[in-house]
Every structure is written in C-alpha cells, then in structure tokens.
Design a protein around this ligand. Structure first.
Ligand code: ZN
Length: 55
C-alpha cells in the first residue's frame, strides 16, 4: 500500500446506482480513475479533490 494515494474508488454508479463498476481506460494510477458501469454502460471519472477538513 502506498501512503498518500490519491486514488478514489466509487462504490456505486452515480447514474443508475448499481455496483457493477469496472476500471475503464489505461491510466488508473495518475490521481484519477475512469470507471465503467456494466449495468448502464456509462463511463465516468472520479477525481480526488484533496482533503476538505472539517468545520
Ligand atoms: Zn450505471
């Protein structure tokens, strides 16, 4: 495990809510990852925006 990894993993599709997500694209380790939903065939990117802290 790499400390400080900025990789974000979605738990479910933001469009249809299914959990059938698969990595999509060939650059999942550059601080972003593309995902494809097997259920609705939508592809999307999850970005790490940084820590927001707490108020
Ligand atoms: Zn979906």
């Amino acid at each position: 495990m790499t400390e400080g990894s900025a990789r974000a993993t979605p738990f479910f599709c933001p469009y249809c809510g299914e959990e059938t997500l698969r990595p999509f694209g060939d650059d999942p380790d550059k601080g972003h990852a593309d995902w494809r939903c097997e259920s609705c065939a939508r592809a999307f990117t999850v970005r790490y925006k940084g820590l927001t802290g707490r108020d």
